[in-house]
Design a binder for this molecule. Structure first.
Ligand code: THU
Length: 126
């Protein structure tokens, strides 16, 4: 059965326990729902060279892509944290309908990628 946004956020929270974040000790989980019903989970993976770490959203999207998904194939993503600026560009690229996360007051919020990154840069088409 297709998960609700609440269920997707529960999956993100559960997978966050598997994050590899020994430096920040800030565990993030993400769960992506593909339009065909598949769910891909991801966590942040840090590195001793700090800038080389990857965010949970990027891990989840990269997993979806490696299983055959392309921009337009992903319906929603739930994240245990507000997505960082770089991840917002990834969310825009993959044209998700909804980005769901808890805001600073702990309320579940849902935005379209364009709301998270208005007037988004696009690679000019030749
Ligand atoms: N982090 C994410 O995984 N996603 C975000 O959108 C916010 C930040 C991670 C990156 C790093 O491992 C840790 O949170 C602290 O910055």
């Amino acid at each position: 059965m297709t998960p609700t946004d609440d269920q997707l956020l529960e999956r993100a929270a559960a997978v966050a326990e598997r994050a590899y974040a020994p430096y920040s000790v800030y565990l993030v989980g993400a769960a992506v729902l593909a339009r065909d019903g598949r769910v891909f989970e991801g966590v942040n993976v840090e590195n001793a060279v700090y800038p080389l770490g990857v965010c949970a959203e990027k891990t989840a999207i990269a997993k979806a892509v490696s299983e055959g998904c392309r921009p337009g194939d992903l319906e929603a993503i739930a994240i245990t944290a507000s997505p960082c600026g770089g991840c917002r560009q990834w969310l825009h690229e993959f044209r998700l309908d909804r980005v769901v996360f808890p805001n600073t007051r702990g309320e579940r919020v849902s935005y379209a990628p364009a709301e998270l990154l208005p007037e988004t840069w696009e690679l000019p088409q030749p």
